[in-house]
Design a binder for this molecule. Structure first.
Ligand SMILES: Nc1ncnc2c1ncn2[C@@H]1O[C@H](COP(=O)(O)OP(=O)(O)OP(=O)(O)O)[C@@H](O)[C@H]1O
Length: 377
């Protein structure tokens, strides 16, 4: 998609409007000309509970069990969690598509309780984009603007600007049926951004795409949200996507928000073992100053002799220039299975030095640089 650039004209100068760092990760205190509400307090969720009625006399399913969260104007927050944790239910409750059993959803201090979906001024974007197949790109993108009765010339200018922002400049006349999945998602994003929603809600917008495309589009999605100053709440089960797109990531499990923090803070200071495990920390060992979580590359293969710990090889793969061995071991944290990495083989090393057979006994050491303190239990 390239550089989202600076939008000018009726929408003002937008890029960097948050006093952002080079990747656009911002302090989110600023405001921009494209968001509906340049000032204000943004989205506030207070103890939100979402329930689905049980069948016959069964108790209701509590999908969201009291979630509190704020999204500041211009901020992008990801709801990250495993399938079934309640993230879509929470997003739908914000949109007004699902009733809130208790608690509050407020925008700029105004309670949204009872406000119908179309009167909230929120934009929605879903997995498949849901474009109108019989309309060309420009007609799709300007759809919301027509609904708002924006005059034709302003609509055209806005469409052009947004196609630029999503990396499809000049493609307004293309038929959406001739576009790839990734291009369609870009069009869907432009369409969602066009009416300048005060809040954009995105439910797994990239998950229908293949991995490589998803990674590229995640970067572009962030760039587009930052360039347009859009406040966004974004649902995903993909860690990399959440870390790439969001200013802050809210980790969700069993209907609860376990921790809400900026990507780096989340990774370097997981609030609990549950969060750390979810992020991919694989071992939990005592350290000098208390317990430490060991990252995905934090256990290293060493000779058995003199090693602090040892285990039995379950399987071994050689990829990205190093050996990764799944080892069965008892490190005292109840995990049992660990991924232990070898160093890159030097010139002249033999295949037997980089491959391990099931049943081999190997030594395990901890690379202290790949550990972080574990704050909570
Ligand atoms: N319409 C519904 N009726 C009854 N139960 C529902 C309904 N929708 C969701 N649930 C249940 O609520 C819980 C949360 O579902 P939700 O779709 O919010 O999770 P999710 O984290 O978005 O999952 P996924 O990533 O698989 O979409 C799950 O236990 C699910 O089975």
């Amino acid at each position: 998609m390239g550089e989202p650039g600076v939008l000018t004209g009726e929408h003002g100068v937008l890029a960097g409007a948050h006093g952002v760092q080079t990747d656009g990760r911002s302090t989110v205190t600023g405001s921009t000309a494209t968001t509906g509400s340049p000032r204000g307090t943004g989205l506030r969720l207070e103890d939100v509970v979402v329930e689905y009625p049980g069948l016959r006399s069964a108790p209701p399913t509590v999908a969201v069990a009291g979630a509190s969260l704020t999204v500041a104007p211009g901020e992008v927050v990801a709801l990250l969690g495993a399938s079934g944790c309640g993230k879509s239910s929470l997003l739908r409750a914000v949109a007004g598509l699902e009733p809130v059993a208790s608690g509050h959803v407020a925008w700029d201090g105004a309670d949204m309780d009872g406000v119908p979906v179309h009167e909230r001024g929120f934009g929605l974007m879903f997995q498949e984009g849901q474009l109108f197949a019989h309309l060309d790109v420009a007609r799709n993108v300007e759809y919301g603007l027509r609904m708002q009765r924006v005059p034709r010339a302003a609509r055209r200018a806005r469409v052009e600007e947004l196609l630029e922002v999503v990396g499809l400049p000049g493609s307004g006349r293309r038929a959406v049926a001739t576009m790839s999945g990734g291009e369609r998602q870009r069009v869907a994003l432009a369409r969602a951004l066009a009416p300048q929603p005060q809040l954009l809600l995105l439910d797994e917008p990239l998950s229908a795409l293949d991995r490589g495309l998803r990674e590229r589009l995640a970067v572009d999605l962030r760039a587009a949200l930052v360039a347009t100053g859009t406040t966004a709440l974004f649902v995903t089960h993909d860690h990399d996507e959440a870390f790439t797109v969001a200013d802050r990531v809210a980790v969700m499990a069993r209907g609860h928000l376990l921790q809400v923090a900026a990507p780096h803070d989340l990774w370097s200071a997981p609030a609990s073992r549950e969060v750390a495990e979810f992020l991919g920390y694989q071992a939990f060992l005592p350290g000098v100053d208390g317990p430490r979580a060991v990252g995905p590359s934090g256990l290293v293969l060493v000779g058995v002799e003199g090693a602090a710990a040892s285990g039995t090889v379950v399987s071994s793969v050689f990829r990205r220039g190093r050996t990764e061995v799944t080892v069965d071991a008892d490190l005292g944290d109840g995990m049992r299975r660990y991924s232990v990495v070898g160093t890159a083989p030097g010139a002249g090393s033999t295949s037997s030095e980089v491959s391990y057979a099931a049943g081999d006994v190997v030594g395990i050491a901890v690379d202290a640089t790949q550990t972080v303190p574990l704050l909570g239990a």
